[in-house]
Ligand binder design. Structure first.
Ligand code: HEC
Ligand code: HEC
Ligand code: HEC
Ligand code: HEC
Ligand code: HEC
Length: 485
């Protein structure tokens, strides 16, 4: 009768096949480890990216591979003389002979137990692995060197509590699959060390922003203007502050038959703005097309459009405008050197009471350094040398002023410049606004050079987008009024 013991036959089947045997060994060793680690991770949310990597990218696949090997191994072995498992004849015998059927029932318990353990581990693994792959820890820190700039800038941006996947993948299975394919390609590039430094922007495969941003923001519900006050520190002895005060016409994308107007008019449902860019970075835009509700299309072209589009010979990118054409740095906010230092001065991380600190810090952080470490020591040395030579008395009395200034300047550098990835000041251009030279951002289109057939232009008038309430003033009366002084 021994030859008809199903459980015994099952193990015999496994042991006779080398593949299945190795598989069984792997599963036996890995199951308790995997289960234990997943429990630890579930209960305590381990933040170390390599812990997750070891569990979900190594142990998990080994477990799945082991199960597959058992299955395949036992199948390959079916039909041999000693082990008849999986043959129709064998099974028929078990189900028809009463004595054998009784034993079968007892054995069913064992099989159900084993299967349910595997099934539990398997589904827990799928669930946890999915969450791990969607975590900011995995996206931002697993390939530490490559993602360090984005992760750092992300943590200093307004979206540091929004996960990477909410913007980069969004909901739906199609983008999930796309992202995993592209993720696998990126992982290979990291392993082969062929990834670009810096990572090029704009990201051409990015999911249309309307699918992601609008899960949280609804520009059609915006209304009114937004008061924007900018503070800038000058490079004089007192580090004097001046202000720009603007009333930003952010407008509305229109809702419930309310008309759209102002800056968010571009993304109103009744408008469609498409443009042709002739370079990878979308800085050169010779043609803009506007389609309105009544189906009319207006085409705005620069005087050299023909020539530029001809030179691109059909390779120009044709793109529908969305949030990212203005908000291209919603999350990875790399500041300009002026903005970075001004912010530190405003927060007090760099003491504005230290004479000439804006000017000297600017010189220290804009020097060329081969690495992040070299920059940290270089900034400290440059500032110490200058203040010892020019403000010896002051820093003797108040050494903490200089120490604080050095630390603030070092932080400003570390948050925005990453020599290892060839990211310097201003490598990533911010398209919201126009820069000091009025040649980027909005002014890629709003330059009065884009003309329609009937002579209309995309306006560069200073009051199109904002009302200037004060420009570079030390003590603007508008701020006094607003503060009730
Ligand atoms: C609020 C939305 C948002 C979040 C959250 C976000 N990103 Fe991005 N990210 C963007 C946008 C938009 C771009 C594209 C910029 C462009 O095309 O000019 C981008 C670009 C990138 C780039 C290309 C290089 C660059 O700096 O432009 C990388 C890499 C990146 N993101 C990684 C991450 C990682 C890692 C996280 C999480 C730690 C993350 N992102 C979180 C919106 C987001
Ligand atoms: C999961 C929700 C979520 C998603 C997705 C999201 N945001 Fe936000 N966003 C927020 C929250 C919350 C804030 C407010 C943060 C604060 O004030 O600290 C914010 C703030 C902003 C601000 C104001 C920033 C500032 O400096 O005051 C802008 C602009 C913005 N988001 C644009 C975008 C764009 C563009 C996208 C798509 C690429 C996007 N957001 C995707 C939740 C989100
Ligand atoms: C034509 C350029 C442009 C487009 C397109 C655009 N925005 Fe804006 N958005 C702006 C500007 C400019 C501001 C004001 C920035 C400031 O505070 O200085 C702004 C402000 C915002 C704010 C902050 C509002 C507040 O009250 O502080 C959010 C959130 C925002 N936009 C989300 C979006 C989303 C989501 C989309 C896409 C559906 C979008 N924007 C499309 C230019 C644009
Ligand atoms: C891809 C080209 C493009 C870019 C980039 C662009 N715009 Fe526009 N914008 C247009 C077009 C086209 C019009 C419509 C011009 C017309 O009909 O006269 C327009 C109109 C406007 C209007 C008037 C809307 C109304 O109420 O009628 C405002 C305000 C505006 N843009 C602000 C901005 C701001 C701010 C930025 C940058 C953050 C910006 N635009 C970037 C193409 C662009
Ligand atoms: C097409 C829209 C648009 C036009 C036209 C425009 N601006 Fe602006 N401007 C902006 C936006 C958007 C910002 C805000 C950028 C930000 O939030 O950082 C800005 C910011 C500014 C600032 C604050 C400092 C800075 O650079 O951030 C000044 C000063 C300024 N604009 C002056 C002008 C002057 C002068 C003109 C006319 C020659 C003009 N702008 C035309 C959209 C425009």
């Amino acid at each position: 009768m021994g030859q008809f013991d199903m459980v015994k036959d099952f193990f015999l089947g496994i042991s006779r096949s080398r593949i299945a045997l190795v598989g069984a060994m792997l599963v036996t060793v890995v199951t308790p480890l995997l289960l234990g680690y997943m429990l630890v991770d579930t209960l305590w949310h381990v933040k170390n990216p390599y812990f997750g990597g070891a569990v979900y990218l190594l142990l998990g696949p080994v477990f799945l591979g082991g199960l597959a090997m058992i299955f395949v191994g036992s199948f390959i072995f079916r039909g041999t003389r000693e082990v008849h498992l999986f043959t129709l004849e064998y099974l028929r015998k078990y189900f028809t002979e009463p004595q054998l059927f009784g034993r079968l029932r007892r054995n069913v318990f064992l099989i159900v137990l084993l299967t349910s353990i595997n099934f539990t581990v398997f589904s827990l693994f799928l669930y946890r692995a999915y969450h791990y792959m969607e975590s900011t820890t995995f996206c931002g820190q697993f390939c530490h060197k490559v993602m360090n700039p984005e992760f750092t800038a992300y943590q200093n941006g307004p979206h540091s509590r929004v996960t990477c996947v909410e913007c980069h993948i969004g909901s739906g299975a199609d983008w999930f699959v796309k992202s995993k394919i592209s993720g696998a390609r990126q992982l290979l590039a990291v392993v082969a060390n062929t990834y670009p430094r810096p990572i090029a922007t704009p990201v051409h495969g990015l999911r249309p922003a309307r699918d992601t941003c609008e899960k949280c923001h609804r520009p059609e519900l915006f209304h009114g203007d937004k008061l924007v006050v900018k503070n800038r520190f000058l490079d004089d002895e007192k580090n004097s502050v001046i202000h720009d005060v603007l009333l930003m016409k952010i407008g509305s994308a229109g809702d419930r038959a309310q008309s759209s107007h102002g800056i968010h008019w571009h993304v109103a449902p009744e408008n469609s703005i498409t443009y042709q860019a002739t370079d990878h970075s979308r800085m050169v835009i010779p043609e803009v097309r506007l389609k309105t509700k009544d189906g009319k299309e207006v085409v705005f072209r620069t005087p050299d459009a023909e020539q530029l589009l001809g030179a691109a010979s059909g390779k120009a990118e044709d793109r529908e405008m969305d949030c990212i054409d203005c908000h291209n740095r919603p999350s990875h906010v790399y500041l300009s050197v002026e903005d970075a230092l001004d912010r530190k001065l405003l927060e007090g991380a760099i003491p504005s009471g230290l004479p000439f600190i804006k000017r000297q810090a600017l010189a220290a952080v804009t020097a060329k350094y081969p690495s992040s470490e070299a920059a940290q020591t270089g900034i400290a040395e440059t500032l110490t040398k200058w203040y010892q030579a020019n403000q010896a008395e002051l820093i003797k009395q108040k050494p903490q002023l200089l120490a604080q200034a050095i630390s603030g300047a070092q932080t400003a550098y570390a948050q925005n410049v990453f020599p290892e990835m060839n990211i310097g000041w201003g490598t990533y251009v911010k398209q919201i606004g126009h820069g000091e030279d009025f040649n980027i951002g909005c002014f890629r289109c709003h330059d009065d050079r884009h003309k329609s057939a009937d002579g209309r232009t995309i306006s560069a008038d200073c009051n199109t987008c904002h009302t200037m309430l004060a420009m570079e003033e030390a003590n603007p009366s508008i701020l006094k009024t607003l503060r009730g002084e």
